[in-house]
Design a protein around this ligand. Sequence first.
Ligand SMILES: C[S@@+](CC[C@H](N)C(=O)[O-])C[C@H]1O[C@@H](n2cnc3c(N)ncnc32)[C@H](O)[C@@H]1O
Length: 276
Amino acid sequence: MTAYDEIDSEAVWNRLDDAEHPIVNPVSAESVDRLLNRVPLAPGAHVLDVGCGLGAWVLRALELHPGTRGTGVDVSAAHVAKARAAADKRGLADRFDARVGDGTALPPGDPADLVLCMGLCDAFGGVRATLDRLRPHVRPDGHLLLGEPFWERPPDAAALAALGIGADKHTDLDGVVAAALDAGWAPVHGYVSTPGEWDGFVWACVRGLADWGFAEADPAARRNILRYMADYRDAWLQGYRGVLGFGTLLLRPVPAPLRVFTGRRPAWAAGPWTRD
Ligand SMILES: C[S@@+](CC[C@H](N)C(=O)[O-])C[C@H]1O[C@@H](n2cnc3c(N)ncnc32)[C@H](O)[C@@H]1O
């Protein structure tokens, strides 16, 4: 019998490819393409996807940038198995290496031309920790694509209860940008997911749970899965819809001597658009 509290994000997300939304974030396939096309990647370039989930981002990067090679790391063996199977199916297996591992404790190695970290800052202990820890894994002339939830508007009690977090868990979008600037990165492109992308993602999760609960589960487990499905849906509809946003920043590492130019002007300095 499956107890309600034995169903977790991994179980929900592992069904997303069946629900035709293998991106485990509120981002559409079109947006993934647009974002990945912003990154210049020559043949031979290496893409490292930290917390690769079902492999949607890294495999698409390999398709869009011929001759590149990719590595996906995820703590979930089930996700990594799916990412490998997808690579096989799409003829990318010879360019893709998938590993089960803790992305927050990557061993030192050759830095990558593009590091993807979509929806994993929580595991690192926040945005700033993520940016600091991933820096050695990005080439000095490389890019980091960082996706992170933020408060689209100040969360009310219903949103916080639905998410089971405090208001200090996230900042607004400017707070994410500020963390990147403080850590010595320059945002060179940004994208905020639309309400339609959020709906697409959450309904795909609900759909995966519905297929599991109605059609596949053993009858004894069915009611718990369906209860989970209903709570998942209502946490969204009655809780955090329109409150939690999701932003993706394309970041370049900035050498220390240049940070004074790419960071924000201090409050006492001349305003924007004024020459020093
Ligand atoms: C929100 S999902 C995003 C998956 C993928 N980046 C995407 O956008 O499709 C977060 C992923 O991070 C993985 N994860 C969580 N903690 C991790 C850790 N410490 N190391 C590696 N992966 C982790 C989860 O298993 C999950 O696949």
